[in-house]
Design a protein around this ligand. Structure first.
Ligand code: OFO
Length: 177
């Protein structure tokens, strides 16, 4: 297989940075939820931070396997202050939409370079983004229905804890990667 082109390599290194930022952002968010008394949301985001690290590693291994070099770039501080749990999840959604746009840009770079191997590697991420965005949309819809009702938020937090447990089961399964 031909060695990866420099343009594609550079774009992947940039995406490694995005994924590493995602992992730190969700860790900061998990920590906020834990401190503010939302254990279910915290569990969900602690799972999410692990998943993002797995995304980062997928890119690191792929680029190195293709003869490139996965470098780590400097990262911005992750935001750690939120007005409410809904505000936090709105930021999760915004971030996932940003990541989807970044994956699409990377896909375009690969196709412009006729790097179809990278194109097919990216399919997994394209599907993953659809799932992640729809999960967060679902969480936000419920939060908006609950409004400022603390009983409603309590139930949503419980649901998030169940969602985190389900994620754990999926991550543990061999095909769940
Ligand atoms: Fe959230 O999927 Fe990676 O960043």
């Amino acid at each position: 297989m031909a060695m990866i082109k420099k343009t594609v390599e550079k774009a992947i290194v940039h995406q490694i940075k995005n994924e590493e930022h995602s992992t730190r952002l969700y860790l900061a968010m998990a920590s906020w939820c834990q401190v503010k008394g939302y254990p279910g949301a915290a569990a969900f985001l602690y799972k999410q931070t692990d998943e993002e690290r797995m995304h980062m590693l997928k890119f690191v291994h792929y680029l190195n396997d293709r003869g490139g070099h996965s470098l780590l770039l400097a990262l911005d501080d992750p935001t750690a202050e939120y007005k409410s749990l809904t505000d936090l999840f709105e930021k999760v959604l915004k971030h996932e939409e940003f990541i989807t746009a970044e994956i699409n840009k990377l896909y375009e770079v690969a196709l412009n370079e006729k790097d179809y191997t990278t194109g097919s590697f990216l399919q997994w991420f394209i599907t993953e983004q659809i799932e992640e965005e729809s999960t967060v949309h679902g969480i936000l819809d419920k939060m908006k229905l609950a409004g400022k009702d603390s009983g409603g938020l309590f139930l949503i937090d419980k649901e998030l804890s169940a969602l985190a447990a389900a994620k754990g089961a999926a991550t543990a399964a061999p095909a769940g990667e």
